[in-house]
Unconditional design. Structure first.
Length: 484
C-alpha cells in the first residue's frame, strides 16, 4: 500500500513521513525539444505555417509523450516503476490536499485508490451505465457468444495534474467554489493563469479480462478505431461510439511480449498472427495479488464486472494539454494497430516525425495535435472565424458526442473559407477542436447569465461577450466541473 504522495512546497515537507513526490516531466533528450518551450517560439511555429514548423510542433507533442510515459522509478498502486504520468494526482486528490501542514500526518496514512471511472460524458447519457452493465451480464450468461459479441467496448478514464498544475491549484484553492467566487467578485474575468510548466492529462483504459475472451482461449477481443467517418444523420443523432466501429483486434493475454500484428480482422472470425496483439504492444498494468484490490471495487461498482488476478489494465488513449502558451497546447494519443500508418485524426506525417526516444510500446500510439482553433491562426482577441478547420480529437473520448452535446452559447458560427467561399459547420464529436471546446471552460457566477456549453470547432476569442457573468477557468473543464 502506498500513501498519498503529498505535494507541498519544500519548506512544508515533513521529513519523518517518508513522502515521495509526483514526478515532473523528465527530459527525454530529444534534440530540438524542450519543456517548457518559450511561448514566443511556439507562437512562431504556429503563426508561420511551414512544413518545417509543423514538424517542430509534432516533435513537441512527441517529446511530451516520451516524457509522460518514461519510467518514474516509483511504485504507485502497488505497481512497480510506473510511468511518470501515473504518479500524478487527480483533481479530487488535489482538492483534498490540506492547506495546513498540521493536517499532513493524518492524510499521509490514507492509501491511494486508482480513481478510474466510466467517462463522465457517458455518465451524462441517461441509462448509459445500466446498458453497459446489462450488456456485460448478458455476455457472461450466453453459452456460445459470437466473437463480435465478445468485443469489449467499455473504457475507464481519470484526470490528473502534474506537480506544477497541482501545486498551483492547491495554493489558489481552485477546487473551492467559495474561492472562485471571491476571484470573480474581485472583478476578474478569469482565475489566475497557470504557470507555463503546468500539464494536465486524461488517460483512458480498458480492462483485459476473461469476460471478454473467446471461450477456451486467452484471446481478448475489442474493436479498433477505423478512422474519421463521414458524418451521417445516424452519427448526428447517436454519435460514433465504439460499438459502431467495425471489425476486431485480439490481444493474447498470455503474451507479455511484442507481436508482429498490424491490422484489424474485418470479419471478426479469423484471429491470426496479423491481428493478434500482445500485452507488450500496450502500456499495460498487470493485475496481481498485490494490486487487485485497487481495481476491484472501482470496476465492480461501475460495470458489475469482476476483476481477477491475471487481468490487465491497458492504456488506450490520453489527452494532454500544457500551459506553455496562453491558449494551452493540445495533443492527444490513441492506440492503433499500425502506428506508422494511423487513421485520421492521426496522420502519417506526424507518425513519421516520431523521434526514436518515444520507446516501445509508447510508439504504438497515434498522435492528433493542434495548437490553434483555425488555420491560419487568429489572434487571441480580435480575430475572425475564417480559414481552415483544425480538427483534433480522440476516438476514445469525443467520437460518441452527437449533435445534441453541443449547446449555445457559444453560437456555432462555423468557419468561413475565403477560398471556397463556404462555411464549415462542425456538428459532432468527430469534427471537434480541443481548444475551441476548452476555451468555454468556466463557472457560471451570475444566475442571469447563461452557462457556457460545449462547442465543436470554430474561433472563440477570450473576450467574447458570452463570458460575461461566467468566470473563465483557464481552459480547464475539471475546475469548472469539480469545484465544490
Ligand atoms: C466538447 C468539449 C471537449 C472537447 C472537444 C475536448 N474536451 Fe477535454 N475535457 C472536456 C471536459 C468537459 C473535461 C472535464 C470533464 C472530465 O473530467 O472528464 C475535459 C477534460 C480534459 C482534460 C483534463 C483537464 C481538464 O481540462 O479538466 C484534458 C487534459 C483534456 N480534456 C484535453 C483535451 C484534448 C487534448 C482534447 C482534444 C484532443 C479535448 N480535451 C477535447 C471537454 C472537451
Amino acid at each position: 500500500m502506498h500513501n498519498y504522495r503529498l505535494l507541498l512546497p519544500a519548506a512544508l515537507l515533513l521529513s519523518d513521513l517518508a513522502i515521495a513526490h509526483p514526478v515532473p516531466l523528465p527530459n527525454p533528450h530529444i534534440p530540438g525539444y524542450s519543456f517548457p518551450e518559450s511561448e514566443s517560439q511556439l507562437m512562431d511555429w504556429i503563426n508561420q505555417q511551414t512544413p518545417a514548423n509543423t514538424r517542430q510542433i509534432y516533435r513537441h507533442g512527441w517529446g511530451l509523450w516520451a516524457s509522460l510515459t518514461a519510467p518514474s522509478g516509483q511504485s504507485e498502486f502497488d505497481i512497480p516503476n510506473v510511468p511518470v504520468y501515473l504518479t500524478w494526482l487527480t483533481p479530487a486528490e488535489v482538492a483534498a490536499l490540506p492547506s495546513n501542514p498540521e493536517q499532513l500526518k493524518a492524510q499521509a496514512s490514507t492509501p491511494r485508490q486508482l480513481q478510474l471511472r466510466v467517462p463522465r460524458q457517458f455518465q451524462r447519457v441517461p441509462g448509459f451505465q445500466e446498458k453497459l452493465q446489462a450488456k456485460k451480464a448478458e455476455l457472461s450468461a450466453k453459452a456460445n457468444p459470437s466473437t463480435s459479441d465478445m468485443r469489449d467496448t467499455s473504457v475507464f478514464e481519470m484526470v490528473a495534474y502534474d506537480p506544477a498544475a497541482a501545486e498551483f491549484a492547491r495554493k489558489n484553492q481552485l477546487f473551492s467554489k467559495a474561492e472562485l467566487t471571491k476571484i470573480y467578485d474581485a472583478g476578474n474575468a478569469s482565475i489566475p493563469a497557470f504557470p507555463s510548466n503546468a500539464v494536465t492529462i486524461k488517460p483512458v483504459y480498458k480492462l483485459v479480462s476473461k469476460a471478454n475472451m473467446i471461450k477456451g482461449s486467452s484471446l481478448y477481443v475489442m474493436p479498433a478505431w477505423p478512422g474519421t467517418p463521414k458524418v451521417t444523420p445516424d452519427i448526428e443523432k447517436n454519435g460514433f461510439s465504439e460499438d459502431k466501429w467495425p471489425g476486431c483486434v485480439y490481444i493474447d493475454a498470455k503474451n507479455p511480449g511484442k507481436s508482429k500484428a498490424d491490422r484489424t480482422d474485418p470479419s471478426c472470425s479469423h484471429p491470426n498472427a496479423s491481428n493478434t496483439f500482445a500485452l507488450g504492444d500496450f502500456i499495460a498494468y498487470p493485475v496481481t495479488a498485490d494490486n487487485v484490490k485497487q481495481f476491484q471495487q472501482l470496476v465492480q461498482d461501475q460495470l458489475k464486472q469482476s476483476v481477477e488476478v491475471g487481468d490487465a489494465l491497458i492504456l488506450m488513449a490520453m489527452h494532454v494539454t500544457t500551459r506553455e502558451i496562453t491558449e494551452w497546447t493540445w495533443q492527444t494519443f490513441f492506440w492503433t494497430p499500425n502506428p506508422a500508418k494511423p487513421p485520421l485524426p492521426g496522420n502519417r506525417a506526424a507518425a513519421a516525425a516520431r523521434p526514436a526516444q518515444v520507446a516501445w510500446p509508447a510508439a504504438h500510439y497515434a498522435m492528433s495535435i493542434g495548437y490553434q482553433m483555425v488555420a491560419p491562426n487568429q489572434p487571441i482577441n480580435g480575430g475572425k472565424s475564417v480559414g481552415q478547420p483544425v480538427t483534433v480529437y480522440n476516438p476514445y473520448l469525443e467520437s460518441d458526442f452527437n449533435a445534441a452535446t453541443f449547446t449555445a452559447p457559444p453560437v456555432n458560427v462555423g468557419i468561413y473559407s475565403p477560398v471556397s467561399k463556404r462555411t464549415f459547420h462542425a456538428t459532432v464529436g468527430v469534427q471537434t477542436n480541443c481548444m475551441t471546446c476548452h476555451s468555454g471552460a468556466s463557472v457560471q457566477m451570475d444566475s442571469k447569465a447563461s452557462a457556457i456549453g460545449y462547442s465543436t470547432n470554430f474561433y472563440i476569442p477570450r473576450n467574447a461577450p458570452m463570458f460575461k457573468g461566467n468566470l473563465q477557468t483557464d481552459f480547464l473543464w475539471s475546475i469548472a466541473d469539480d469545484a465544490k
